[in-house]
Structures are given as C-alpha cells and as structure tokens.
Design a protein around this ligand. Structure first.
Ligand code: 13P
Length: 270
C-alpha cells in the first residue's frame, strides 16, 4: 500500500527532513480560569528552556492569550484556535488576524473538525487561511476523515478537503502553512481508536502527493505535516518516528502540564 502511493522518495526523509519537531497544544475550551491557564504555561515554560530540537506552540482560548503571552517566554510560541477572515468591522464575537498578531501570537489553527462540525465550510476555511497567511501568521490547517472505509473513499474526501481549503492560496504563501492530519474518529474522549504509525505514514505520503499535484514536489516536501488525535506521552514517539509526522497537535494531553511536558521530552529524544 505504501509503495503504491509513494513516488520513490524515502518517506521519512520526505516527511521529517532535518527540521525541528513542532509540538502544538490545542487547549480547546479549557481550562476554566486564567489562573489555571497561567499554571499550565508556567510548567511548560520551565521545560522549553532546555529544548534544542523541538519547537513548542500553545493555542489557548483567545480570551487568555494576552495574559499568557506576557507571562510566557521567547522559547514558547502562542496561537489561537480560530480567526475571522475580515480585517475589522461589524462581526460580533469574532477576532481578527491583526488582533492576534498585535498580541505577538504567531500561529492559528484553522479547519479543525470541531469547527467544521459547527458549520465551517471549506470555502470559509480557505478565506481564513488566506487572511492569516497574508498577515504573516503561521497556519495549522487541520484535515482528516470522519471514518476509514475499506474501499478507501476517505482518501477522495480528504483530497477534496485539502484542495478546497487551500483554494486560491498561491505557492508563494506556503512557507508558513502547516498541515495537521487529524482523523476525526481518533480525536477526543470518544475516539474509536488510534491511527497505526504505518497508516499515518501512508496518509502523510498521500497528503504530500495531493500537495505536489496542487503546487509542485519541492513545495510539498518542504511542508510540515503534523499528526493529531489521542496523542499522549506513550504513543507520541511512534507517530513522529515510524509515522513520519513532523510534529504533533495535542488536545487533551496539552492541558495537563505533566503529560504535555512528557510529550515534549519524547520529541526532544528522537
Ligand atoms: P485529543 O488529543 O484530545 O484527541 O484532541 C486532538 C485534537 O483535536 C487536537 O487538535
């Protein structure tokens, strides 16, 4: 199967290259108070100082962002979990890329399945990706199937998801684009299972092939592809080592400082 969709490039070289691992915490709608948020960041901050091969990003609820950035460290980057595509105006409850950038946040997670479930379409996501990249933010674009059918129709679904979410994004805007492969069935407390490292590797190769078709091979190979879905300290290494992920997008384990720091240590040890 891997050889069928491979194009002769050593998958691990193609997927990881010599770049640093990127570990991103998606806190979702957690924790409940800014005091708890500060505590988690302070533990992560204590751990990132010694990391040489791992970049770390925390994406808290944006209401905590200003406070946490001030209490963070230069070694710890911050991001948000959503953004509006317009620069400003009458959009009650929304936040703009300029607002995020003014707080010195550098990343934004877009297209997460939980937001797609709330009604976000590929069209809307493409507009957000464009706005964020144009503003100089790094975008972590989430893609992934709801289920894996034996006929592999999920691969077509994922192809159209990637193509549509990147519609109108020119090659010269790709430098700050990161893809996070997050199979919906492997996310959260109700996850049906975990992805096997060989399945992950195969999917990453498939994603690169799509990107290569949309842009070109060098652009596709340069792009970081992360994995997200039920990541913990015990399985993190296998996703990056055998699975070929350039890093991880961590949900539940990212709001438990001990577990998140454990994952950072695993990444650093690879
Ligand atoms: P969990 O790690 O809680 O499964 O969440 C994954 C995720 O959705 C990260 O964006």
């Amino acid at each position: 199967m891997i050889t069928r969709i491979s194009n002769g490039v050593n998958p691990l070289d193609a997927t990881r290259g010599r770049q640093k691992q990127l570990i991103v915490g998606n806190w979702k709608m957690n924790p409940r108070t800014v005091a708890e948020a500060r505590k988690i960041v302070s533990s992560i901050k204590a751990a990132v100082g010694s990391l040489k091969k791992t970049d770390v990003v925390v994406c808290p609820p944006s209401v905590f962002l200003g406070d946490l950035v001030v209490n963070g460290s230069t070694r710890l980057a911050f991001g948000t979990q959503n953004v509006h595509f317009e620069k400003d105006g009458a959009f009650t409850g929304e936040i703009s890329v300029a607002m995020i950038a003014s707080l010195k946040a550098k990343y934004v997670i877009l297209g997460h399945s939980e937001r797609r479930e709330m009604g976000e379409t590929d069209d809307l996501i493409a507009k957000k990706v464009h706005a964020a990249l144009e503003a100089g933010l790094s975008v972590i674009l989430c893609v992934g199937e709801k289920e894996r059918d034996p006929e592999c129709a999920y691969l077509d679904i994922m192809k159209s998801q990637i193509e549509a979410s990147l519609h109108g994004i020119p090659k010269n805007m790709l430098a700050k684009l990161i893809i996070a492969y997050e199979p919906v069935w492997a996310i959260g407390a109700k996850a049906k299972g975990v992805v096997l490292p060989e399945e992950l590797l195969e999917t990453i190769i498939f994603i690169r092939k799509i990107l290569s078709g949309m842009y070109d091979q060098p652009s596709a190979h340069a792009m970081k592809i992360l994995y997200g879905g039920s990541v913990d300290e015990n399985n993190a290494g296998s996703f990056m080592k055998e699975g070929g992920a350039a890093g991880l997008l961590v949900g539940r384990a990212s709001v438990e400082a001990k577990k998140f720091v454990g994952i950072l240590k695993v990444a650093e040890s690879l």
